[in-house]
Structures are given as C-alpha cells and as structure tokens.
Design a protein around this ligand. Structure first.
Ligand code: URA
Length: 265
C-alpha cells in the first residue's frame, strides 16, 4: 500500500489509528507509547525526526509520532497523518514559563497560541485564531485535576526560534533584533503563560482543516528568573505532561459521540 513520504507510514501500518500523540522529540516516543499501554507498544517507522510507535487502548489504536522541533516539520507530520486517517492530535512537549507563578515541573494546557511560528500563515491568515479543540482542552484539564498535577490553562506564545523569538541573549551574537526586543515582558504583561515552538502550527492547521487538536507541555525553564533549561526538572515535567495526556486520551475515548465524530470523517 502506498505510504506517506516523510513519515514512512501507511494506512495499514497505523492500524486504523484516529488519535495521535505528538511529542517533538523522537526519544520520547517509546516512553509515551509505553505509558499508554506497554504490552502492545511497538515501533512502526523511523525517518529523519519522525519516529512512530503504535499501541492499543481497548479496541483503539493510539499512534505516537514525533514532529521534530518547530512549525515546518510539525506541519509535515500533521498533513501526512491526516491523509492516513488521523483526526485528533495532542501535542505533548516541554516549555519555558514566562509567569513567575508557573513553576518548573508544572504543566501548561494551551487554550490558544500566539502565532509567532511562521508556518501557520501558510494555512490561514494571521487574524485566524490558533485555539485548542474544546473537548481536548476539557479532557486535559479534567485529567490534570484528577491526577493532582499542578496545571495552568491559558495562552502560549509559539515561536519559530528557540533563541531570538524567546528573547534569549545568552547566545553567540547576544543580540535581539528590534522587532523582538522586549517581547518576553510584553507577552508576560498580556498574561501569556509560556513559550514553546509547535502549538500555533498544530492548532491553526487543525482548525483550518476541520481536525481536532490540543497541547500540553511540562515546564523546564522559569524565564522570569533565568534563561537556562532546568535539567533536574526535565523528567518530572515530561512525566507530568505524559500522565495527564494519557489520562485525557482515556477520557476522550469514553465519549461515544466524540468517537463517532472522529471515525465518520
Ligand atoms: N521549549 C521552548 O520552546 N522553550 C523553552 O524555554 C523550553 C522548552
């Protein structure tokens, strides 16, 4: 059967999966698939930054595919998965907090994203909002509450670059261009919670194409204090985001109406 070019997947190999969990990092894919269900987890493809595993939850196949970093590779992953029949996408990653009350290890559940990703403009004009699917958002919030994981729900700034657009000056040039200088404080004043690099592309393109998407990220840097990634918090933040996302998927699968809406398309 003909497959998709970058992901090296076919309809047959994804075994009818309608839901995909999307970490950025290929290294996290086995961990996430095993957290969904260790017994059935298996690798089905690996090409460039795109690594895919499937596993099963009751009668459902759950796909885990890495997107790589940023909008361009995320858009490739989502395009190709949608062609194969995937209808619901949950991004699962790491993030830098820009509010002092958002602490390392907490999770941020994105309700909408500031579109600084570049890629999403190829799917809809900038005036179009990058918002989460209501049902996914709700399932993530309920999952975090039930697991007692410290969580924050709100707006994420989704950037095309990790260094200049997130106003990091501990860099080679130490220079931030005028258009970006001062943006971290401004987003903070405007109650934006965090920085990451994939949600605006995912949320915009999914809404534009009639697909469902959401995003949860674990906090690994506290940008109101310093620029550095807090290495000691990476596995805590990742595990918190993974547990919440897996619990949210279980809750979404119990919603029969939602199930039929993603299987009928
Ligand atoms: N991911 C980002 O994009 N920024 C951070 O600070 C941490 C993770």
């Amino acid at each position: 059967m003909k497959g998709v070019y970058h992901l090296k997947l076919t309809k047959k190999s994804i075994e009818g999966a309608r839901i995909a969990l999307l970490p950025g990092d290929p290294g996290r894919v086995p961990l996430i698939a095993s957290a969904v269900n260790k017994v059935n987890a298996k690798e089905i493809a690996q090409n460039r930054e795109f690594r895919s595993w499937i596993t099963r939850l009751d009668q459902h196949t759950i796909l885990v595919t890495s997107t790589g970093i940023g909008g361009p590779s995320t858009s490739i992953a989502v395009e190709e998965l949608a062609t194969l029949g995937v209808r619901m996408f949950i991004r699962l990653g790491t993030t830098g907090a820009i509010q002092s009350y958002v602490k390392a290890g907490d999770v941020v559940i994105t309700s909408g994203s500031v579109r600084m990703d570049g890629t999403s403009e190829h799917y809809a004009p900038l005036s179009y909002p990058a918002v989460s699917d209501y049902y996914i958002l709700n399932a993530l919030v309920e999952a975090a509450s039930s697991l007692k994981v410290r969580h924050h729900v709100g707006i994420t700034a989704s950037t095309a670059t990790f260094y200049p657009a997130q106003e990091r000056v501990d860099t080679f040039s130490r220079y931030i261009i005028r258009d970006l200088a001062g943006t971290k404080d401004e987003w903070g004043h405007l109650n934006v919670l965090n920085y990451e690099m994939e949600s605006a592309t995912l949320l915009t393109m999914c809404n534009a194409m009639g697909l469902k998407a959401g995003c949860i990220t674990g906090v690994i840097s506290e940008r109101t204090k310093k620029e550095k990634i807090l290495e000691n918090f990476i596995s805590i933040a990742e595990n918190n985001a993974i547990s919440v996302a897996v619990e949210a998927v279980k809750r979404l699968l119990k919603d029969k109406q939602l199930q039929s809406s993603i299987t009928s398309q």
